[in-house]
Design a protein around this ligand. Structure first.
Ligand code: HEC
Length: 141
């Protein structure tokens, strides 16, 4: 029973930190805490892009997979890769993949372009989408 006082002392040391103490990240209460804003970066977007690599490459001249190569997609016309067979829904969308269009599409692809063959639920977190678009843009330079 020597351990108990040590643990107690530890607990007191933690609680004495005051109000700014943050709950552990895995505690449910942690989710309710206000998250300090972190500016999205292309480097963060690289992590988010891991959700896309099953179907997409982004390097210049990269092969098409289940989805088209995404090199240069930011600012490009929708359905512009000549060697990819797009759905008629995507071809009918037309327009340009500017930041706003990408943001709407990536949040809920099948809602933004009903009939798209991109079977992907979407990136729910707005900051993740922002980072992802920065990454796609950086990859296209
Ligand atoms: C399950 C495979 C799959 C996943 C995962 C996926 N995509 Fe796609 N994506 C596709 C397919 C297929 C198309 C073509 C859709 C069509 O023609 O309707 C597409 C199309 C696109 C387009 C339009 C490209 C163009 O040339 O007009 C963009 C942009 C895009 N995807 C981005 C992403 C991003 C970013 C992610 C990750 C967050 C992602 N996709 C995840 C399969 C996927």
């Amino acid at each position: 029973m020597r351990i108990a006082p040590v643990l107690l002392a530890g607990a007191f040391a933690l609680t004495s930190c005051g109000k700014s103490e943050t709950p552990p990240a895995d505690s449910p209460a942690g989710e309710a805490m206000p998250v300090p804003p972190i500016a999205p970066t292309a480097a963060m977007g690289e992590q988010v892009f891991k959700r896309c690599v099953a179907c997409h490459t982004v390097d210049k001249g990269g092969r098409n997979g289940i989805g088209p190569n995404l090199h240069g997609v930011v600012g490009a016309a929708v359905a512009a890769k000549p060697d990819f067979s797009y759905s008629s829904a995507m071809k009918a969308k037309a327009g340009v993949w500017d930041e706003a269009a990408l943001d709407t599409y990536l949040e809920a692809p099948m809602k933004a372009v009903p009939g798209t063959r991109m079977a992907f639920a979407g990136v729910i977190d707005a900051a993740d989408r922002k980072a992802l678009i920065l990454y796609l843009e950086a990859q296209s330079k």
